[in-house]
Write a protein that binds this ligand. Sequence first.
Ligand code: NOJ
Length: 981
Amino acid sequence: MLLGRQKLKPLLLPLLLLSVFLLHSSIAVKRDDFKTCDQAAFCRRNRAYADKALADSGHSPYALLPESIRFDDGLFTADVRNTLTNVILTFELHLLEDNTARLRINEKKPLKPRYDELPAFVLAKEPVHIKPEKVAQDQDGTTIITLDATKKTKVVVSANPLRVDFLVDDVPVVSLNDRGFFNFEHLRKKPEPEQPKMVDQSAEQQEDAAAEVTEQPEEEKQLWEETFKTWTDPKPNGPESVAMDISFPGFAYVYGVPEHASSLSLKETRGGDNAYTEPYRLYNLDVFEYEVDNPMALYGSIPFMLAHRKDLSAAVFWMNAAETWIDVVKTQDGKSQSTLRRLLPFVTNPPTKSSTHTHWISEAGIVDLFVFLGPTNEDIFRQYTALTGAPAMPASFAIAYHQCRWNYINQNDVAEVDAGFDTHDIPYDVIWLDIEHTDGKRYMTWDEAKFPDPMKMQNELAAKGRKLVTIVDPHIKRDDNYHISKEAQDLGLFVKTPAGDDYEGWCWPGSSSWVDYTNPAARNWWIKKFAFDQYKHTTENLHIWNDMNEPSVFNGPEITMQKEMIHHGQWEHRVLHNVFGTIYHGSTAQGIKNRTPIATRPFVLSRAFFAGTQRHGAIWTGDNMATWDQLRYTNPMLLTIGVSGLPFAGADVGGFFNNPAPDLLVRWYQAGAFQPFLRAHAHIDTKRREPWLFGEPYTTIIRDVLRERYKLLPYWYTLFFDAHRKGIPAMRPMFVEFPKDEETFAMDDQFMVGAGLLVKPVTTEGADTAEVYLPGDEISILVLHHLWTLALIQKCFAIRLQPWYDYRSFKPYPPRRHTVAAPLDIVPVFVRGGHIIPRRDRPRRSSAGMKLDPFTLVIALDNKGQSTGTLYLDDGETYAFETGAYIHRSFHYASGVLTTRSLHLDPTSAAARGFAKALEGVRVERLIILGALQQPAKVIVKDEDGTERQVEFEWVQREKRLTVRDPRVSVVGDKWSVRVV
Ligand code: NOJ
């Protein structure tokens, strides 16, 4: 057993754990448990390297060797020499389809291979190369590659010093090594300490000489061994970091690199206003009671960054799973651009606005960097998820409401909570069991005293269309009587120590080991563990929660696994730490998928995440606290995770630690109801807080907002389908929908759900009003910023600005800033003119009961009296949609006529027709048309067969709202129309 050279008396451990994990309700994050950049030698070294490079005017010692350049089928390769060390690196520039490029830099002849196995875990497909339109080369090797002459997209590889610029419209948008921070620490032999000359020396002289040998400079010592608190990392490979500066010239705003409890628009980290002093850190860690407004690492990492400006977006993905730090600074028309202008005389329009410069520092691995040239945000979402995988299409229950706490204590408790929802008429779909349901934290077992008949429990839930989720953590209790532990041990599937023993650490069950999911044999074994004859007393109705998979190791450095531990292929944990939890998550999801002959969509929630997690399921933001601040930060955190390719994310509603006051709980439900993954959860020490326990008016308010979520499930499901197909998140930052309105670029206290709903959660205690910014189209934006001209322009030109409508009262609002009423029972939500929102309005106890319910279409008209929207439906459970069993329709309202058409890719296929047939009887039962100009004389429905009939309607003059009652048209019909005359 090796515990990072720290010995802990086993008996003290349970006490320590108790004090740390159960009595922490009064303590804030223990910052000292986690490293600062200065305490991570490679981060410190690279920051110093950057400072030196800046002092040397950005001079980089790396030069491309012109005679080594080869160009073949979209792949540009060359050797790069570090002119200081003479170490040669291989440089590969891959030109890929869909405005994407990849840069890979490795050592040409490393002492031993560097870790390059990430693509197998992260990429969904082999990237496809394209041939550039033109390649021009100087004698010194500087190469200009024209990707697309019309779009003026180019890559310029400058040879000496090495630098790469990506251009759109002949303007550089991403520049690599423009500040000379690129640093590739080659593998080297550990220097033997010089032997002191012992001959002919007095004892005193010998002692002095020996002392001299041990007194290595601290910085050098830390190249080969590093101590943090009581842990010493033996670093057998010595220094091996890779670092690169990536600039986004002309971009003042960058986003991404979750997970941090920080703002959506990333802050500066080395000087500047309101800056952090630490870089953003990516290192999956179990940080309890984390602080907000802090760049400290949290449970997940996605090294993806998006840069946006008015006319353009670009992004990078630094594919490296080792500990990584990212510095961000911003400049006004940086010096780097004048250098660039000298270098690239054809640059027509050098940016003069603020630019963002970032510095990426990883402890190990290679440089494997993707650059996405957009040009729009939508393009980037597609480009990134085409590479790292489509977000999984969730089962329909997964996007409904989940009820969790640590712990529902026994079967009776589950039955009572379940009944409580029915008694109080509150919809819910899933109840969760935390670690206490197991036999002594042996996952995939049951505590039989507390849960005597788990099958009955699941079947009773199923009868109401509800599901059960149980927790399965990756730490395996070391116990020969526990079949999982015994098998994994016998099969040699655990992570190993450098000495070759099974790695052992402490977690909930006490002494534990961790299955090495990077080993294909371990993954195959794990997947089979979810078969019904293996995970006993489970049914199709049970899904899984993967917690603690950073991995959390209570007695490890920074509460995680020691970096020197060994995985399959003899790779150190160091090189793959950040992807470990994702591989585990993926294996669990595969296990759930495989357990039935016809695969159903698994639901697996994970705490740790990395690029690619979106293929496996949902994540949540871990152990937050019941405070207003933490509620506020759920918005930027989830927005950031969403734009980083992972749309299915949520935060514990109510706050995990401590007891929320009823108003905080209510406000949290109101925010959560409009966030993608909606689950209430609470720590074992907190008071019970099922939605009806606080009495009135709280129960009613929570019921109302949960019902609102259920009404909007068809809209959410359609948005998740869009996320699955195109990578675009359902919960969107304002700038994604209003990419030309700079006012929105740093906005993260309000957001869009899809393109049609704007949500402004109230996150301030006692507030009964809220400030909302309702953006407009381009004309409106112009006017918005010159409010005094608004009235005049409207008067002179009779311009109608893009309207918004209050979601509840339907009152129209012009685009601009508003102070709106937001008493406790109201969360400000607005429908955007021009968008149709599909709903199912009948209250049901779970989403299963809504599958054949009729639809209401909320048709919010724009300033031209038009509106469009889409609706996606499938069986909500299986993969039949992949072979065509789904409905995807668009609705369009113009000139007073509502029409519909199919967006199905193959509408005449048997699968499409079969599914449509099953839904034939499902009708649109109500149209709510907002912003209609005048009271109609009649409303006429034209049926599929061409016959016409009049239907009833209601007109409300004050709101200009027209409600068409039961037009009785089928949701699968193609030919009907509704005409307002
Ligand atoms: C830590 C998780 O973050 C929390 O949600 C869970 O309740 C506890 N582990 C116990 O399993």
